[in-house]
Each structure stands twice: as structure tokens, then as C-alpha cells.
Design a protein around this ligand. Structure first.
Ligand code: NAD
Length: 298
């Protein structure tokens, strides 16, 4: 079994760490927050005093941090893990960050003689806890070969999407589809209400017709048709609207840099931005239907 360093023990990091410990790995771990350190210790990690300290004896170092600036601050710290790990250590960044920062992190790792992967996830806290995350991975074949068996302890599906940054690219493209499709499904239900259609009738048609999609079939934004969807639990996340806004913003940043015309992605980002400004950041993103209904005069 491997010795693993883990930096970032928040909502996702701590349960991911727990699955590595369950699989028999030795994990040394660090987070800036005391509360997160406690969660990491409860998950079976050995808490060290700094991010750089996780490098001692590590074969693999995983980061699970909020955004690109946090990842680069760890990677570029002269006392950090990149400066202190043994040559050839695999660095895996599982955070969802912008593609440009991800590629910079890869370049820093490789310049220091390390292997590197970007490996953002989908599946949320539930998937992190159950060990059923999907990993979207970017990096060399060699790095993927080393990282794949470690990721397999935390996820059920691991897709090698291409070179450096390809995992982040796949993640934001997927979540752009998700953000847009949830708004489309919300609009369809509100229009259906206005036209006198029951939720169940609309669901029964669309979920088996050409409008079917994950936002309708698995995560239906009205209570009733899909009992496990957050709509049945007062729109508790799930996947918070704030995180959807983050991912749509990352997608639009990438679209701008890459000169891709993503008109609906941009509109979806603005709709979630307003939703957050109206005080709904902590609700599940499917609650966007309530804003659509309110704007429709009910
Ligand atoms: P979180 O805010 O709960 O945890 C992040 C942790 O990083 C915090 O405990 C914070 O103290 C720590 N941190 C920040 N800077 C640090 C540094 N320099 N050194 C050490 N620790 C530091 O966030 P989360 O929900 O666990 O999400 C982590 C990442 O996973 C994000 O990029 C998020 O977009 C992505 N993600 C989250 C979900 C979800 O449902 N929560 C789903 C998919 C992807």
C-alpha cells in the first residue's frame, strides 16, 4: 500500500481520505482550518503541521482545494510539497479549477521532476463518502498509470480524458450542459403549469421522449416524479447553486480564452448569478425553477 499526502480536508477531501485509509493506505494530511483537520483525523489521516510536511515519504500527493489560486499557492510554496517531495512523486489535483491554472500546476510539477494529473470529480459529498465518484483525468499515460489504482479507491468510474488540463475541460463542459438543461427543464415545468399540465403528466412524457435528460429523469426539479431528487427535500443540496455558478463561471472563462461561442452557457451563468444575489446560494441548483416561477408571476 502507498503513502499518500492529502491537502484540503473539507466537505469532499475528508470522506475521500477516509476511503484511502479504508483501503489500507497510510495518509498524512493537512488543512488550514482546525475544523477540517479534525474531520481529517476522524477519517483516519495523520495530521501534519504544514502542506509541505505531507511530502515526507509520500508516493502520491492529492489536493482537494476550493479554486485555482489555492492550488497554485500550495504548488508554488517554496516550503510546499512540490519543493519537498522525492523526484517522481505523483501530484494529483482533484479540485475543480480553471483550465489555465491547472496547466500551470502541471508545468510546475513537471519542472520539479514530478508526475502530475488533474482529476476533478463529479458525484458530490455522497459520492465521496460512498467511494463512487467519477474522476475526469488529464495528464500523461505514465502519470495516469500510477494514479488510476489510487483513484479507484475513491471512485467507481475513472476516465482518462487526454493531456494536461483535459480533466478540468471535461468537467466544465459537462456542468455547462447540466446548468443549461436544468434551466430548460425548469422553464418546461413552469410553462406546463401555465398551460394546465400536471407535473406527473409532463414528466411521464418528457422523461421518455426526445426531451429526456439527467435534469428531468434523475434530478427532477419538482417534488413527486423522482422521489430521490432534492425537490422532495426542500431543495437541500445535493449540488449547491453556488457550486453550479462556480462551474459555469469557469466554463465561461475558458470559452472566452478559447474563443468558443457559448451563448446559452453565458446566459445560464447570469441566471445563476442573479439566483445567488437573491440569497439562494446554499439551495440545490434545481431550485432555479422557483426563480423562473416567481419571474413568471406566481
Ligand atoms: P470545502 O470548502 O469544503 O473544502 C476545501 C478545504 O480546503 C477547506 O477545508 C479549506 O480550509 C482548505 N484549504 C484552502 N486553502 C488551503 C491551503 N492553502 N492549504 C490547505 N488547505 C486549504 O470545499 P469542497 O466542497 O470539499 O470542494 C473541494 C473542491 O471540490 C472544490 O474545487 C469544489 O468545486 C470541488 N467539488 C465539490 C463538490 C461538492 O459537492 N462539494 C462536488 C464536485 C467538486
Amino acid at each position: 500500500m502507498a503513502t499518500i499526502g492529502f491537502i484540503g480536508l473539507g466537505n469532499m477531501g475528508a470522506p475521500m481520505l477516509a476511503n484511502l485509509v479504508k483501503a489500507g493506505h497510510r495518509v498524512s494530511a493537512f488543512d488550514l482550518s482546525e475544523q477540517a483537520q479534525k474531520a481529517g483525523a476522524n477519517a483516519g489521516g495523520q495530521i501534519v503541521k504544514s502542506a509541505g510536511d505531507v511530502a515526507a515519504g509520500a508516493d502520491v500527493i492529492i489536493t482537494m482545494l476550493p479554486a485555482g489560486k489555492h492550488v497554485l499557492s500550495v504548488y508554488n510554496d517554496p516550503q510546499g510539497p512540490l519543493a519537498r517531495a522525492k523526484a517522481g512523486t505523483l501530484f494529483v489535483d482533484c479540485s475543480t479549477i480553471d483550465v489555465a491554472s491547472s496547466r500551470t500546476a502541471h508545468a510546475s510539477a513537471q519542472k520539479a521532476g514530478m508526475l502530475s494529473l488533474d482529476a476533478p470529480v463529479s458525484g458530490g459529498v455522497g459520492g465521496a463518502t460512498a467511494g463512487t465518484l467519477t474522476f475526469m483525468v488529464g495528464g500523461s499515460d505514465k502519470a495516469f498509470g500510477v494514479g488510476q489504482p489510487v483513484l479507484a479507491h475513491m471512485g467507481k468510474k475513472i476516465v482518462h480524458c487526454g493531456g494536461d488540463g483535459a480533466g478540468q475541460a471535461a468537467k466544465i463542459c459537462n456542468n455547462m450542459v447540466l446548468g443549461i438543461s436544468m434551466i430548460a427543464v425548469g422553464e418546461a415545468f413552469v410553462l406546463g403549469e401555465k398551460l394546465g399540465l400536471s407535473h406527473q403528466a409532463l414528466f411521464d412524457v418528457v422523461s421518455t421522449a426526445s426531451g429526456q435528460c439527467w435534469s428531468m429523469n434523475s434530478y427532477c426539479p419538482v417534488p413527486g416524479p423522482v422521489p430521490t431528487s432534492p425537490a422532495n427535500n426542500d431543495y437541500k443540496p445535493g449540488f449547491a447553486a453556488e457550486l453550479m455558478l462556480k462551474d459555469l463561471s469557469l466554463a465561461m472563462e475558458a470559452a472566452h480564452t478559447a474563443h468558443a461561442d457559448c451563448a446559452l452557457g453565458a446566459h445560464a451563468r447570469d441566471i445563476y448569478d442573479t439566483f445567488k444575489a437573491e440569497g439562494h446560494a446554499d439551495q440545490d441548483f434545481s431550485a432555479i425553477i422557483n426563480a423562473i416561477r416567481a419571474r413568471s408571476g406566481e
